[in-house]
Design a protein around this ligand. Structure first.
Ligand code: G3P
Length: 226
C-alpha cells in the first residue's frame, strides 16, 4: 500500500516527503482553507505542492455542473504533469470524469461511500476512487467494512479499457483518522491510504519502540561507565 498525505501544508509535505513514505498528496477546499489559503494563490500553491511530491497531487474542482468541472479540470491538469483532478461523486462529476479521462487526464473521484458509486466512478474512467472511512465512523457505521466491499468489488473486474492511458483504477482509503484505519486498509488490500500528517507521524510510533529505546540508552550508560 502507498501513502498519500492528506494536507495542503507545504511544511507538512516537505517533512513527510523526507521520511520517504509519501507517494502523493490529496488536497481539498477544507484543507486549503485550514492553512489560510487564498483563492488568487491557489494555482501557485498547487504548483508548489507538485514540485515537492514524487507522485500524483489531487486538486479539487469547485464547480457543480459538468462543463465547468471539465474546464476547471483542464486548467488544473495544465498546472503540472502530476496533477490528478479531484471530482465529486455526482452525475455531473461522472460526466466530467468521462470527458477528462478521454483526454488522458487523471481523475480522483471523491466523496464515494458505496460499491455502486465506486463502479460508476471506474466505468467513467476515474484513475483513483476515494471511499471515505472516517465519515462512516462519525455516524456510527463501519467505514472499514464499506472500504473492504469497494476493494473486493473493484478487484473482480479489469477497468484498464476505460481508464485514462489504459491504466486501471486504484482505491484510495480516505478520511483516515488513526493508525488502526491504516492497518485495516492495508490488510484488506487498498492500493493507497491518504492520511493527515499527524496520523502518518503516529504510524511510525509504537510504545514498545519508545520503551526499547529508553532501555538501550540506559544500558549504554552502564557500558560507558563499566
Ligand atoms: O481527502 C479528504 C478526505 O480524506 C476527508 O477526510 O477527515 O474530512 O473526513 P475528513
Amino acid at each position: 500500500m502507498k501513502f498519500f498525505l492528506d494536507t495542503a501544508s507545504l511544511d507538512e509535505i516537505t517533512e513527510a516527503v523526507s521520511w520517504g513514505a509519501v507517494a502523493g498528496v490529496t488536497t481539498n477546499p477544507t484543507l486549503y482553507a485550514k492553512i489560510g489559503g487564498k483563492l488568487q494563490d491557489f494555482e501557485q500553491h498547487i504548483k508548489k505542492i507538485c514540485s515537492l511530491v514524487p507522485g500524483p497531487v489531487s486538486a479539487e474542482v469547485d464547480a457543480a455542473d459538468a462543463q465547468s468541472m471539465i474546464a476547471q479540470g483542464r486548467a488544473l491538469a495544465a498546472l503540472a504533469d502530476n496533477v490528478a483532478v479531484k471530482v465529486p461523486m455526482t452525475l455531473s462529476g461522472l460526466a466530467a470524469t468521462r470527458a477528462l479521462a478521454n483526454e488522458g487526464i487523471e481523475v480522483n473521484m471523491t466523496l464515494v461511500f458505496s460499491v455502486p458509486q465506486a463502479i460508476m466512478a471506474a466505468r467513467a474512467g476515474a484513475r483513483f476512487v476515494s471511499p471515505f472511512v472516517g465519515r462512516f465512523d462519525d455516524i456510527a457505521e463501519d467505514g472499514i467494512e464499506q472500504l473492504a466491499n469497494i476493494v473486493a468489488a473493484l478487484h473482480n473486474y479489469d477497468f484498464r479499457d476505460v481508464g485514462p492511458k489504459g491504466q486501471s483504477i486504484e482505491v484510495i482509503a480516505a478520511s483516515i483518522r488513526n493508525p488502526n484505519h491504516v492497518t485495516q486498509a492495508a490488510l484488506l488490500g487498498a492500493d493507497i491510504a491518504t492520511v493527515p500528517f499527524g496520523v502518518l507521524k503516529k504510524c511510525a510510533e509504537h510504545p514498545l519502540t519508545t520503551n526499547g529505546l529508553a532501555a538501550f540508552a540506559a544500558d549504554w550508560e552502564k557500558v560507558k561507565q563499566a
